[in-house]
Write a protein of this length. Sequence first.
Length: 395
Amino acid sequence: MKTTRQITILGSTGSIGESTLDVIARHPDRFQAFALTANNNVEKMLAQCQRFQPRFAVMLNMDSAAQLADAIKTAGIKTEVLAGIESLEKVASLPEVDAVMAAIVGAAGIRPTFAAARTGKLVLLANKETLVMAGRIFMDLVKQHNATLLPIDSEHNAIYQSLPHHFNGNLTASGISRILLTASGGPFRRAPLDSLASVTPEQACAHPNWDMGQKISVDSATMMNKGLEVIEAHWLFEAPSEKIQVVIHPQSVIHSMVAYVDGSVIAQLGNPDMRTPIAHAMGYPDRIESGVSALDMFKVAHLDFEEPDFKKFPCLGLAYQALAAGGNMPAVLNAANEIAVESFLKRRMPFTAIPLMIEHAMKTVRQEEMTTLDDVLRTDAQARNAAQNWLANLQ
Ligand code: NAD
Ligand code: MG
């Protein structure tokens, strides 16, 4: 019987990817990096291949793949280098693979994540955008192909840990009254509303508690991250939106909670370090060391809670709106948000234009049902167009 889990990491050069490799390095007896993938960071990928000796390394970008192949040959490593989106799908679905860490950022992650589900893998899902864009279709695929889905997002991992052992997808039957989704509030929690128009990408990316990729950092600053997570929780736990309550908790020590009808509230606590949810999901059902230091309650001392400010953070309301509308609207929200974040990071529009652009896309793209991945990708393209047109008119 095979004892080592063969893991493919989609997005190994990113923040989640690197934390995953850190956990793998602590447990060489349990895990083997089977395939590593990245967009175009050749230098980092080469270093990862030298250290972890994966069977495959995939670069989305063709030129980067050619450069990597040369460097790997020179270094005398046996890793085979592949390129392009089909190769990402391939290394997510080869029969040798046991688990796939889906840690590509944004809609770019959807095709390989689908490939992993379609081949019945253990899917470790960091790429929340897949669920936001294609919730029902993806969850159906997971069921149909007997894949196992474990959440990496710290809040959803915390909820998963706080659910009853044999949770069958029915909140009411399990005596659950609410899911309390915690949020740090991001870098602008205390900033006055009228200061937001002039904040810079550097300020938006300076998260008080978590060290993350740029896109999710901006999402945290607008609180769209929490909006995407409401939608993510809806699909993962079959929770109607009125049962998902966002709770601002600035210390990021409680990663989320589940409230029961008898008045009990079960929470998962820990230092804000993604290696905890990563190790939880990778080792599941075993508990394994993650390298995260023990939580010192005396240092934490205070746990604070506030209600979210929907006026200051309209993205949160837009996400609830998209979830209520259903159909393709969450995919529209997600795509327009990606264009908005990118445009803000490139200093082509102010921070406060982000929700305006998304709202425009949600009004412009026609609402419809989606049944296939192609429907999702078509909606994604339409919403990106609508967002780009809005920006062109603004300038
Ligand atoms: P990141 O920007 O640090 O890394 C992204 C990775 O994806 C990189 O390896 C990059 O090479 C790859 N990538 C980017 N564009 C690609 C493309 N078009 N095709 C193929 N690969 C591509 O991002 P991150 O912060 O690690 O976030 C990854 C995912 O995990 C996101 O969906 C994010 O929402 C989610 N997540 C992250 C954190 C966190 O703490 N960083 C927490 C919860 C959830
Ligand atoms: Mg999160």
